[in-house]
Design a protein around this ligand. Structure first.
Ligand SMILES: [Zn+2]
Length: 307
């Protein structure tokens, strides 16, 4: 492990998901240690408890979800936002609606540019419990999103001892995150939620290469803007991640309004392959680029878990 950057206490206090993975520092100024006891990141856990998602989901508030029309009666409807370079664009999100304020004022916003980690550790606090599942695919016109159909055992991840169930995955093109200042053509976000409403988002970058089996499923029916379509065959989300599961961990936010903070990000170091045709198809299913510009890193800690 190497510690390269002096950290402010606030950066650790803000790591609200799986805080056991991070040592709270008494005096501030130095990282005490990174817990290394957890199992390494693995493809699939042995059969064990896997929780059904809560009946009342916050899915509609999750990143990448469709904007609702301004038609509900008697309830506050947040302002329209966009990725355009106008008064509704990313630079103005924080001013569009009081519920979006943190988009402009937050100190732990996502995405970010990923550079040299502050800490490297050979252990991993993240454990995949993925399995094939049935999905429906929705194209909002701004984002293509796949949501698992109800099942007794949904794909999930464990971070420390806590289980986070997959709620949806969706795509950004070009990538939201950058690596040393450079975008990838496509990024997937797998959004997971715990029973106590904590979020873990797994992010993987795509680069051109062999076809990707999971994207083949997503693209098996050309879902037009405004449509939601069930996919016939089961999809294994593991195929959306690289073979090598080394990853960065950092605290961040949703990358779309309301830009809520307290999201635990797991960003895979290696990209995953998809064909140029698959990447281009996904890119053209939505109305233009749907990436948020990278945000200041501020006092956050970037941890690389190398396996
Ligand atoms: Zn996203």
């Amino acid at each position: 492990m190497v510690v390269r950057r002096l950290l402010l206490p606030v950066s650790l206090a803000a790591l609200c998901v799986a805080p056991a993975a991070f040592a709270q520092q008494a005096g501030g100024g130095q990282v005490a240690h990174v817990e290394s006891a957890s199992a390494p990141i693995v493809d699939s856990a042995p059969a064990g408890e896997s929780k059904q998602p809560a009946a009342v989901s916050k899915q509609e508030r999750l990143e990448g979800d469709m904007r609702r029309p301004h038609s509900s009666i008697g309830t506050h409807q947040p302002e329209h936002w966009s990725y355009h370079h106008d008064r509704t664009g990313p630079d103005r999100w924080g001013e569009l609606d009081p519920s979006y304020a943190v988009c402009g004022s937050g100190k732990n916003q996502s995405p970010v540019d990923l550079r040299e980690p502050d800490v490297r550790t050979r252990s991993s606090t993240v454990r995949l419990d993925y399995r094939p599942a049935r999905f429906s695919v929705k194209n909002s016109g701004m984002v293509v999103q796949a949501k698992p159909k109800d099942s007794p055992r949904l794909p999930a991840v464990k971070v420390g001892e806590r289980t986070f169930v997959l709620k949806q995955f969706h795509f950004h093109s070009p990538s939201d995150h950058t690596f040393r200042g450079r975008h990838f053509p496509l990024e997937v976000h797998l959004v997971h939620e715990s029973e106590d409403d904590q979020y873990v988002v797994l992010a993987a970058m795509f680069r051109p290469g062999p076809r990707n089996a999971a994207l083949d499923r997503v693209l098996s029916k050309r879902v037009k803007a405004g449509e939601t379509v069930d996919i016939d065959q089961a999809l294994h989300v593991r195929a959306l991640l690289p073979q090598q599961l080394a990853h960065y961990r950092l605290n961040g936010s949703l990358t779309t309004p309301p830009c809520s903070e307290g999201v635990n990000w797991v960003v895979f170091v290696k990209p995953v392959y998809a064909s140029r045709e698959q990447i281009e198809t996904l890119r053209h299913m939505v109305d233009g680029p749907n990436n948020r510009p990278v945000q200041p890193f501020n006092a956050r800690l970037l941890i690389e878990e190398t396996r």
